[in-house]
Design a protein around this ligand. Sequence first.
Ligand SMILES: [Ca+2]
Length: 87
Amino acid sequence: MIAADGVGNSWTAGHRVNRSSSQFVWRPVTASSYAELPIGIFHWKSGEPNNLGGAEHCLMMRRDYSYAWDDSGCENQFNCICEIDLP
Ligand SMILES: [Ca+2]
């Protein structure tokens, strides 16, 4: 994972499989594919994911958690971490 001073809370491409699941997957989107991939390494903050209010379905890196992972409401506006293929 990438973290740097000055970078605030950030979304990743991770999300809950469905609203009642405790499993998360990556959903990378490229020009040629749209697939869900299992997450092989986890960096959750202790006590997370907690699906607070049953409404936290997206995976974010929290600055105040030293960029450990937290599930959060997908409607929140944070920076996004993106990956692109370089030529
Ligand atoms: Ca949470």
